[in-house]
Design a protein around this ligand. Structure first.
Ligand SMILES: [Zn+2]
Length: 209
């Protein structure tokens, strides 16, 4: 069984307020008699399901091309949380995470359509990140649009991820995915200079490996 846990990227995809939406422009056109269709895209790289690069919040941070690729590929545990808004702490995680290498946190946000920017969403806490790092976890994915609070300027959770050597995914789409263990495949594009990369994120049942 393969679960596509990626938000569709379109002109109506929700983006962070003020960020650049996904737009397409047809340059060469088959309908106009040219040999091919050639579409130029402009977009924030934080559109849809994506991996933040450390450069997003650290001056000398890595771009997507040099983020640690192995963190985005391998065993992952999907857990559902009931908190709808605010910071998640270890007590909000309803299952043991022993032996987990990655964790995807499923909240009410996965029930929202691609075009809706979540009016409220759960995010991480420095305490939760430190605890997950102590368990050996490499990646934390959220269906929320940020690992920090909407109005945060200090971005303590983003910085804590970099400090602990963790990577994150945002806007993961987990509706209809049962909690449990899977193989995650969510590789960032090999983009230089950018601050994030869209990913095509999938979960594969472990018994199909
Ligand atoms: Zn982001």
């Amino acid at each position: 069984m393969l679960y596509d846990i990626t938000r569709t990227v379109s002109a109506s995809s929700a983006v962070w307020p003020g960020d650049a939406p996904y737009q397409t422009q047809l340059g060469w056109s088959l309908a106009a008699g040219q040999a091919v269709n050639l579409v130029t895209i402009t977009t924030t790289p934080h559109v849809g399901t994506h991996a933040d690069a450390y450069y997003h919040y650290e001056i000398a941070g890595a771009h997507p091309a040099t983020m640690p690729l192995d963190a985005y590929l391998g065993r992952v545990r999907v857990v559902t949380v009931s908190k709808r808004d605010g910071a998640l702490t270890p007590t909000d995680i309803p299952v043991a995470l022993d032996g987990a290498e990655r964790v995807l946190i499923h909240s009410h946000v996965s029930d929202l359509p691609d075009s809706t920017f979540a009016p409220e969403f759960p995010y991480l806490s420095v305490e939760l990140i430190a605890w997950l790092a102590s368990l050996g976890i490499r990646l934390i994915g959220l269906d929320s649009p940020s690992v920090d609070a909407f109005d945060s300027q200090e971005l303590p959770c983003h910085h804590a991820l970099a400090r602990h050597g963790l990577v994150n995914l945002e806007n993961v789409y987990l509706r209809d995915v049962p909690d449990g263990d899977y193989e995650l495949i969510a590789l960032p594009l090999k983009l230089d200079a950018a601050c994030a990369s869209p990913v095509r994120a999938v979960l594969r049942s472990l018994n199909e490996r």
